[in-house]
Write a protein that binds this ligand. Structure first.
Ligand SMILES: *Cc1c(COP(=O)(O)O)cnc(C)c1O
Length: 393
């Protein structure tokens, strides 16, 4: 498949590997093992001279189709699919670091990424420095001779802070470190970190790529040297493989990803424009809004503002809970990127583990609501939000 085709076309055809029946929909190879034609072939598979499959912990034809299609979308040389986004974060860190190394990461991270970097890595002799991601001088000042990895998420969860990916990539590379970007919030449709200078991109494919709240999955993408080198080596032996069934669901998810993300971004913009400046709303955050503190930077590195909208109600937790309990369409949950609109109260759920002081440092107040905008008609969503606001008082 030539790479001059539009991503929408490639996401429907790239990676199809038809065997035998000319099947239209890609086959689900629900198999953990592979039979060899001869003992010689088995030997060749194990010594790598025959590139065929050996064991599903490190390769399966359905998972392979998913990896090839996602790599085409990202413009990456290689992709390794994992059991979850956190399996991908784990492999990105433990597959490449050793005792004595140092990691610099933005403070505003997905909770479990924060746990791996700030709690687990130090247990194994890897030191970490967390910085205010928006402050390039802070990244520069945190770099040490032992710094091997810089890690960030942009936009961040849940306050949608934007980090200058090209700026951090330059600082990382000047210090001999790799930049890894968790690109879940922006999606591969609206932001391409590798083109901005990042060395590796991480996904929780559980989110927009599945897109209908069914399966857990994750992926790392980057150069063949990294993905087929230390990442493959780590994954071969540590067991975070993606199930072929989940890969098949997500392979089909990629066929509609572009359309879904654009429809969700249209509605997110409509919701954000409706809430921005509305009475009862202290602040509304979406990268598309001119009132977003980093709107200009966002528009240089993202094609669209994405599918998440975060807003703060006047009246704190009481107003936030009344708002959520009055909704009839949006669901109260903590996933994102789903066809169903989801409302989350970060301070009592996803960020409950942090102290109130740490939450406030991240801008997570008691009145803050994170909304993952789904595929419902935007006028119905706005009516639902108005129902919630009326109840919030
Ligand atoms: C969900 C999420 C993860 C973790 O992914 P899982 O598939 O739940 O393991 C990591 N980073 C971000 C930004 C996420 O939203």
């Amino acid at each position: 498949m030539t790479d001059t085709l539009h991503p929408r076309t490639r996401m429907i055809h790239t990676g199809s590997d038809r065997r035998g029946f000319g099947e239209m929909s890609e086959a689900l190879y629900l198999t953990q093992g592979f039979a060899y034609d001869s003992a010689e072939m088995a030997e060749a598979r194990f010594d790598g001279s025959d590139p065929g499959y050996v064991y599903a912990r490190y390769g399966n034809p359905t998972v392979g189709m998913f990896e090839e299609r996602l790599a085409a979308l990202e413009g990456a040389e290689a992709c390794f699919a994992m059991a979850s986004g956190m399996a991908a974060c784990n492999a990105a860190m433990f597959g490449q670091l050793q005792a004595g190394d140092h990691v610099v990461a933005a403070r505003a991270l997905f909770g479990s990424c924060h746990y791996i970097i700030d709690t687990l890595l130090p247990r194994f002799g890897v030191s970490t420095t967390l910085v205010d991601g928006g402050d390039l001088d802070a990244w520069r000042a945190a770099m040490r001779a032992e710094t091997k990895i810089c890690f960030l998420e942009s936009p961040s969860n849940p306050t949608l802070e934007i980090i200058d990916i090209a700026g951090v990539a330059e600082i990382a590379h000047a210090g001999g470190a790799l930049l890894i970007v968790d690109n879940v919030f922006s999606t591969p449709i609206f932001q391409r970190p590798l083109a901005l200078g990042a060395d590796m991109v991480m996904y929780s494919t559980t989110k927009h790529i599945d897109g209908q709240g069914r399966c857990l999955g994750g992926a790392l993408l980057g150069s063949a040297a990294l993905i087929r080198g230390p990442i493959l080596e780590y994954m071969k032996h540590t067991g975070g493989a993606l199930s072929p069934f989940n890969a098949w669901v997500m392979l089909k998810g990629l066929e509609t990803l572009d359309l879904r993300c654009r429809a969700m971004a249209d509605s997110a913009e409509a919701v954000a424009a409706h809430l921005d400046g509305r009475a009862g709303i202290k602040r509304c955050l979406h990268p598309s809004l001119p009132s977003h503190p980093q709107h200009a930077l966002a528009m240089t590195q993202m094609e669209r503002g994405g599918t998440m909208v975060t807003f703060e109600l006047e009246g704190g937790k009481r107003a936030a809970f009344r708002f959520m309990n009055a909704l009839e369409i949006a669901k109260i949950s903590n996933n994102l990127g789903d066809a169903k609109t989801i409302m989350t109260h970060p301070s009592t759920t996803t960020h409950q583990r942090l102290s109130e002081e740490d939450r406030l440092a991240l801008g997570i107040t008691q009145g803050l609501i994170r909304c993952s905008v789904g595929l419902e008609a935007p006028q119905d969503l706005i009516a639902d939000i108005e129902r919630g606001l009326a109840a919030a008082g």
